[in-house]
Design a protein around this ligand. Sequence first.
Ligand SMILES: Cc1cc2nc3c(=O)[nH]c(=O)nc-3n(C[C@H](O)[C@H](O)[C@H](O)COP(=O)(O)O)c2cc1C
Length: 267
Amino acid sequence: MSQRNRDSIGNILTVAISVCLVASILVSVAAVGLKPAQDANRLLNQRQNILVAAGLLADGARSDEQGRGINELFEQFEVRVVDLRTGGFVDDIDPQDFDQLRSARDPARSRRLDSDEDKPTLRRLEQYGIVYLIRGDDGGVQKTVLPVRGMGLWGTMFGYLAIDGDLVTAEGISFYRHQETPGLGGEIENPRWRAQWEGLHLFDDQGRPTVELVKTRAPEGSDARKRQVDMLAGATLTSRGVENLVNFWLSDLGYGAFLENLRRGEV
Ligand SMILES: Cc1cc2nc3c(=O)[nH]c(=O)nc-3n(C[C@H](O)[C@H](O)[C@H](O)COP(=O)(O)O)c2cc1C
């Protein structure tokens, strides 16, 4: 083939199109082939965060001191779907197939929140939510982990709040997805800050969710202090967001009815 022919427009186009085609096939095959692994990793990461919030796994650890891995530890949980309005279990939805975030976007399974209800800026509220429970030998619930979410400064923060068997005290909180600035709002992931949540009182004497993120906590021993966590330095808006989302999901709009049923021993 002459030099002139090799450099023809037809040849250049053929080579360019072939390269594009091969590259796109490779990328598609990789994307499709890796999807199951990505999904499995996402699930593992969520389970790890649930375990960390519940105090069953150290931060960042892949197994506990006895060498039990994330999936094995997670088997302790009873995973259920709850009707947020009644607080009762929904038995005809398999929690394995239930995607709470997707259902929040489904008009048939969610409703628009009025602005005065919507402190965490969710816009829509799903009808059903997932709960993770650990029961004792007597069947009583010892730990309850709730998925929580709400706006920070830059986007929605997604996490888990674990509640002790007394249904008043927090066991811990963890966030597995957010867009807050590392070192500022991103400190919601900091284990030292999160440690303050262990033992925090989530409700006041009237049973209202009243967690507060404050610049200066009330004096040691006071009732108010039991419900207070330090704000994150330089991240007022993220801190407000955490306060709003925790109080929202504990309220009657969120899991309040379910927690009330648990208190009465009705679920
Ligand atoms: C680059 C940049 C990133 C910021 N990231 C956050 C953040 O993640 N969370 C937050 O609450 N504020 C963040 N801020 C600060 C807010 O813009 C705002 O100034 C702050 O929340 C005001 O309250 P404070 O300084 O009293 O905390 C950021 C500011 C800048 C310039």
